[in-house]
Write a protein of this length. Structure first.
Length: 500
């Protein structure tokens, strides 16, 4: 698993130069958000801080928490990491109440200003309502245009605000029906936690693209979280996944489940298994770590090659590399060693120093590489910039051959479901075939796991091409929802003169 908590750039204090300190993570798809919610707990804010800390890998740009104390809502939002901002007793005391929701964010829709940090809060006719959202609505701009034309005034550029306006303007009487009415009108991917004056709500889109799990503490209080690792950190038990299309409402009377949408076959994001989720989480009922090892085993069955050593690209390639080595019967070694203590430093602005940037965080472990045929295992190739550096690092360390093996199929398409992906034409695999990619990154050979191999690793016989079991659109281009905003184009999107 990658450490996305480390700073991605070093900036010299005089503004002399900027250099990547996390070069192996720069060229990855970025997960967008993590959500957490807890109901009827004396330490609601503190538990939410811990839960968000466990979900930090899902978004490092900003974090926010909303609590309700029985009389009023309280909120704190900060740019930066959870541990850097929600780390003091006064901060926890500023968030009183037994009910809370929280959010960590990597911006997808909307810019990076504090006004775009979730949870969002609104005073509805039914009372206060706070919402935090993981995912991306694919018709948010189309809906926003309709709402603005009717007089709605938006405070942020987030698609989540569309949801609040839809709830506020729904003609249904009860809040529950208004929420259902609003969710029926949106397209795309969402896992939502919401806090009202008397309830905590967790909802997942009908396809279940983004994850959301339900947990419980020993005293009976319920928790929603994007991943089970956020339950583990507070000692809560994993009960089950919130089902695709399910809305769970927690009140003082207990838990109520509604499934108001037409049933469709679920298509959770298969990339959660490859990269996004923490390896100690359970996603779709499966251990992420075990699935990643199985991906490595399938990859070895499909494309092993004569070599002396299997080396993971740290950290996200590690479980797949272990599986690969076990299946291929080739020794697994840590051939790239990571420095965990990279922080701010002074950098001279010369090309020579800039090119050394990769070594600030990672260094080749020569004794395991020199004179050997090396198999490098990574989780994905996005632009290919990192792969070039790693292959070169192996050659500089004396590898006689470098064979790159990738634990996902070629990433050929952008994601519109809440994952930060480059434009399609920036994706290396959309521009080149595998042979050309191998040449481009300087590897002796390159192979990706097949789409059916990936499906076997997650426990399926193969991909069902008529009704696929997962969203795999970034590999196949087979998007499971309409992409209304994409069809709309970019022209109509300036609704605000505020800049981020
Ligand atoms: S397009 Fe890819 S990253 Fe996006 S939801 Fe689908 S599988 Fe996940």
């Amino acid at each position: 698993m990658m450490d996305k908590t480390a700073p991605s750039t070093l900036k010299d204090l005089d503004g002399l130069d900027e250099i990547s300190t996390n070069p192996f993570d720069d060229d990855k798809l970025k997960e967008e958000c993590g959500v957490f919610g807890i109901f009827a707990n004396d330490d609601a804010a503190a538990h939410t801080v811990l839960g968000l800390h466990a979900l930090q890998h899902r978004g490092q740009e900003a974090a926010g928490i909303v609590t309700y104390d029985g009389k009023q809502f309280h909120t704190q939002k900060r740019m930066g990491h959870v541990a850097d901002n929600f780390n003091s007793q006064p901060m926890i005391e500023s968030l009183p109440g037994r009910n809370a929701i929280g959010h960590v964010r990597y911006s997808t829709t909307g810019g990076s200003a504090l006004r775009n940090v979730q949870p969002l809060f609104a005073d509805l006719s039914s009372g206060g309502f706070a919402v935090a959202h993981n995912g991306n609505l694919t018709n948010a701009w189309a809906l926003r245009k309709v709402l603005v034309d009717k007089g709605a005034i938006f405070q942020s550029t987030m698609d989540s605000e569309v949801l609040i306006h839809l709830i506020a303007t729904s003609t249904y009487l009860s809040l529950a029906d208004r929420v259902i009415d609003a969710l029926r009108r949106i397209e795309g991917a969402y896992s939502v936690v919401a806090l009202t004056q008397d309830s905590l709500v967790g909802a997942r889109d009908p396809l279940g693209v983004r994850p959301l799990v339900l947990g419980q503490l020993a005293d009976g209080c319920y928790i929603f979280a994007s991943e089970t690792c956020a339950l583990d950190i507070i000692g809560a038990e994993y009960i089950r996944d919130v089902e695709p299309g399910e809305i769970i409402t927690i009140t003082k009377d207990g838990l109520k489940s509604d499934k108001p949408f037409n049933k469709v076959k679920a298509r959770p994001c298969i990339f959660e298994h490859v990269y996004f989720s923490r390896p100690d989480s359970v996603t779709d009922g499966k251990s992420v770590y075990t699935v990643r090892k199985d991906i490595g085993k399938e990859l070895a069955k499909e494309s092993s090659v004569d070599a002396e050593v299997v080396i993971p690209v740290p950290d996200s390639g590690t479980p797949a590399a272990i599986g690969f080595a076990q299946e291929a019967g080739i020794p697994f070694e840590l051939g790239i060693i990571r420095n965990h203590y990279v922080g701010r430093t002074f950098i001279e602005p010369s090309d020579q120093i800039r090119n050394l940037g990769v070594k600030l965080k990672h260094n080749a472990n020569q004794c395991e590489i020199k004179g050997k045929r090396v198999i490098l295992v990574d989780d994905s190739i996005v632009r290919g910039t990192t792969s070039i550096k790693i292959v070169d690092m192996m050659r500089q360390a004396g590898a006689s051959e470098v064979h790159m093996r990738i634990a996902s199929p070629p990433t050929t398409n952008s994601c519109f479901y809440g994952v930060d992906t480059p434009e399609k034409d920036k994706l290396l695999a959309s521009r080149m075939d595998v042979e050309a990619m191998a040449d481009h990154i300087g590897a002796d050979s390159l192979a990706f796991i097949s789409i059916d191999g990936l499906y076997r690793a997650v426990g399926e016989d193969s991909r069902d091409n008529d009704t696929p079991q997962y969203c795999d659109a970034c590999f196949t281009g087979d998007y499971p929802t309409k992409l209304t905003d994409q069809e709309l184009g970019e022209d109509d999107r300036q609704y605000s003169f505020l800049t981020d």
